[in-house]
Design a binder for this molecule. Sequence first.
Ligand SMILES: [Zn+2]
Length: 173
Amino acid sequence: MSTFETKDACLDAGYCIFDSVRKPDVILIHTSYCIAKNDSFNLNCILNYYKKNEVAAHYIIDRQGIIHKMVNEAQVAYHGGKGFLPDSNFQINTRSIGIEIINTKSSNITSNQYQSLLKIVKNNIQNYKIKYITGHSDTAPVRKTDPWNFDWKYFKTLLGNDSILIWRNYKYY
Ligand SMILES: [Zn+2]
């Protein structure tokens, strides 16, 4: 059950139907942009790229902070790829909720985007026993550098009393 508004991103690829009740316990943060010149923040361009590559996250947050839902949380989305979690479980996609934020390597995440992310994370904390939140570059440090320019300290402040553990650079915060 969501307590935040979403738009349907209508992506019909990049996930699998999980046949038992899934209990995600990890939130994995990403950033994405469109590689077309001068159109970095174009949502449809990013979605088309995902579709072509048969990947998806559960949510993508656009520059205005609008949350677009790609995959139901009950289903496994393919966003983490090969990597690891601190408790050495390689089933990253099976265990996690993936959230993409539209941002480039040289731009900053907007305050509306942080607020929308906060809504999703708070909702996830209520619905699941989330153990920690982490970034793609932490689960796949050799391959991935996102989420770019994500201010983890600031986000921890936003979480306030609902603070959950952040796993970064092989440490919990
Ligand atoms: Zn990523």
